[in-house]
Design a protein around this ligand. Structure first.
Ligand code: PRP
Length: 211
């Protein structure tokens, strides 16, 4: 049996993804070793894992290097869909929000500047409202942008809300709910259908028990 390559998102999502896989009966012992290792092959099961940054998870899946990926819907909404999105894993739950300093006026007619890690999502949001804005792409810690005067407001994901609170920002609109999804390479699904669906069934059953 071929070993299925599973790409996991490094960082925040990693812990909850590993916990979910373990609940579904997938042995992830090797992922608990604290090291800088990025590629892990299971000795007991037909799985291997790679740890990648979120946007790279979809790249590995797209090119068929990974059969399966676990990645946030926020990242998927920002990219072209070249995979099958198979399952909402209900982990990494957060919201896309429009936020700024309390003095921000959403109804101000001026052309606004919006800082975000998600230019596609931000453009779509304002286009749907018939509002033309300037988007500035930021790679991280986007909360600084309105405080330092780089932008009027930000569009970002909010999980606990503590980053906004600690930086004196408030939410002006809650846009879309986000969670981690299981994605699959299209060709791999054809080739490894039974094996992939077996894993999906195990995850689905685990999610049902938790619901
Ligand atoms: C995300 C997001 C916010 C923060 C929100 O950033 O961009 O900054 O988490 O989480 P909270 O509501 O629980 O405070 P992340 O930690 O992924 O790091 P980054 O800013 O470097 O991208």
């Amino acid at each position: 049996m071929k070993s299925l390559q599973i790409a996991l998102t490094k960082g925040r999502l990693e812990k909850s993804a590993v916990a979910l896989l373990e609940k579904a009966g997938v042995n992830c012992d090797m992922l608990h070793e604290k090291s800088r290792k990025l590629i892990f092959a299971s000795e007991t099961e037909p799985y291997s894992f790679i740890l990648a940054k979120a946007p790279d998870v979809t790249t590995y899946v797209k090119h068929g290097v990974a059969d399966i990926g676990i990645v946030g819907k926020d990242v998927l909404m920002e990219q072209d869909k070249e995979h099958y999105e198979m399952l909402d894993l209900k982990i990494g739950q957060c919201q896309f929000c429009l936020a700024s300093t309390p003095s921000y006026d959403p109804s101000d007619y001026r052309r606004k500047i919006i800082a975000t890690k998600y230019p596609t999502v931000a453009t779509k949001y304002f286009r749907e409202r018939g509002e033309d804005v300037e988007i500035i792409k930021i790679e991280g810690s986007v909360e600084m942008a309105p405080i330092l005067g780089l932008a009027d407001a930000i569009i970002d994901i909010v999980e606990t809300g503590s980053t906004l609170r600690e930086n004196g920002l408030v939410i002006f609109d809650t846009m879309y709910a986000i969670s981690a999804r299981l994605i699959v390479n299209k060709a791999s699904l054809k080739r490894n259908k039974a094996q992939i669906f077996e894993l999906i069934d195990r995850l689905e059953n685990t999610l049902e028990v938790d619901a």
